[in-house]
Write a protein that binds this ligand. Structure first.
Ligand code: FES
Length: 57
């Protein structure tokens, strides 16, 4: 399943997992490698109304 995780940057679960398999171990690594969780429109774009950081963690 290729669920969108970060709605601000349009980053999918597959992309997050790919970054993890390439060595990302922290939220910061994920941010650096994918750009996920670097947006600031979470309340408008993410259906959960929150930032995706909890989902990434
Ligand atoms: S949903 Fe990921 S930064 Fe907003």
């Amino acid at each position: 399943m290729d669920n969108i995780i970060c709605y601000c940057k349009n980053i999918t679960e597959v992309e997050i997992k790919d970054a993890i398999s390439k060595g990302a171990t922290t939220l910061k690594d994920i941010q650096k490698q994918t750009g996920a969780c670097t947006g600031n429109q979470c309340a408008e774009l993410n259906p959960s109304g929150k930032c995706c950081s909890a989902d990434i963690n």
